[in-house]
Structure formats: C-alpha cells, structure tokens
Design a protein around this ligand. Structure first.
Ligand SMILES: Cc1cc2nc3c(=O)[nH]c(=O)nc-3n(C[C@H](O)[C@H](O)[C@H](O)COP(=O)(O)O)c2cc1C
Length: 194
C-alpha cells in the first residue's frame, strides 16, 4: 500500500498532505527521518507495505485476513458475504435469510459465482422455536450437497449437524456464549469456536 512520500510536522501534529481522507497510514520501521529545509517539515521515504496477519484461523479457513463475518438475520445476505470474502475475510450468509432450503441452494450458487474460488461459509442458526421449526435438516443437506466448505452453527446443541458436516469434510464453527457450551462443542469435534 503506497501512502505518501511526505509527512509534515505542524505545531506538534503530524499531517499528511496530498492523500485522500480516511487513507490508512502505515509507518514502517524501515522509514528514515530526513530533516527537510523547513524546520516544521520532515520528510522520509515510506516503503510500499503489505500487511498480513497469519493465524490458525487464516490457515484453517484459507483466508487472507483473520476476519470472519458473523451470521446475521436480515443483513447477512449473499451480497454482504461476498464483499467480505472478496476483501479477504470469510463471508458468511445466514441460511434462513434465504427463506427456504431451495433458496439457500440458490444463494450458495450465487455466492460461488460472486467470489470465484474465495472461501465463504454458511451460518445455520438452529434456534429452538415455539411452533414448527424451520427445516434445519433440509438446510443442512443443501449445504452438504452444494459442497460448502465452512459452516457455522448457532443457537442450540449442534451435535447431529456437526456429525453430518464433519462426515462431509466441512470445517465447522460453533457459536458459543458460555465456556460450558464451548467445551461441549470441542468434544463434538467442532473446529472453531466463535
Ligand atoms: C443484526 C444482527 C443479527 C444477528 N443474527 C444472528 C443470527 O441469525 N445467527 C447467529 O448465529 N448470530 C447472529 N448474530 C450474532 C452475530 O453473528 C455475532 O455473533 C455477534 O454480533 C457477536 O459478534 P460481535 O461481537 O462482533 O458483534 C446477529 C448479530 C446482529 C448484530
């Protein structure tokens, strides 16, 4: 990322002339301060920098940045998920946002078209319901049939789903709000706790 070759010290504040607002500024330890002609002005060369953070998450999910999108009712759509994946994170839409297992299938296919080979996930929220629950098992089958590589479960005990996903070679994430649930998910063989 090339930022600027000039930085100005102005009444004790650093200012960066000629760069657009909201630009990320990275000063590397390779930068060298060079006094300029004007005593309020210091210049130094900034090197082009690319910054990557590698973690077990980036390795396991094969993503560029350790950023995983949370499944979100309503806003967790294909478009947002594709934007996250294309930016190097793990985009993830919530299966139920597609309204039906068949809708979920279409979203998975759309997602593949939007991100090419970039990794993405599907969130399967399995909340208990008062009335008839959504067809969670049908959603899970679609996820398996369509070759999704990463699934996040949330909202309830995911044991049967985790077993099915693991059998299909899918990387599993389970969202936990207590240590007890996290330990239980670990015993089930879940790969990642979120
Ligand atoms: C608007 C909204 C809707 C959400 N819906 C779901 C959902 O349907 N399923 C789910 O597993 N998590 C859902 N979440 C939880 C997020 O995925 C995430 O776990 C939570 O926001 C905590 O992450 P944060 O600390 O980065 O916000 C939702 C969060 C928000 C803000």
């Amino acid at each position: 990322m090339y930022v600027s070759d000039k930085i100005v010290l102005n009444n004790g504040f650093l200012t960066f002339p000629n760069i657009p607002k909201n630009t990320i500024i990275i000063i590397t330890r390779h930068s060298t301060w060079l006094p300029a002609a004007h005593h309020h002005e210091l210049t130094f060369p900034l090197l082009p920098v690319t910054m990557t953070i590698q973690t077990r998450i980036t390795e396991l999910l094969n993503i560029e940045h350790p950023i995983v999108m949370g499944g979100m009712t309503g806003v967790g759509t294909v478009e947002l998920a594709a934007a996250v994946s294309n930016a190097g994170g793990l985009g993830m839409f919530a299966a139920h946002n597609a309204c039906s297992p068949e809708g979920c299938r279409q979203w998975i296919r759309q997602m593949k078209r939007l991100v090419n080979d970039k990794p993405f996930g599907v969130n399967l929220t399995i909340l208990p319901t008062m009335g008839t629950p959504p067809p969670y098992h049908e959603y899970a089958q679609v996820i398996i049939d369509e070759g999704v590589k990463v699934v996040e479960t949330a909202g309830s005990n995911p044991k049967v789903f985790i077993q099915a996903f693991k059998k299909a070679g899918i990387i599993t994430i389970h969202k936990c709000v207590t240590i007890r649930h996290a330990l239980s998910a670990q015993r089930m063989g879940v790969d990642i706790i979120s």
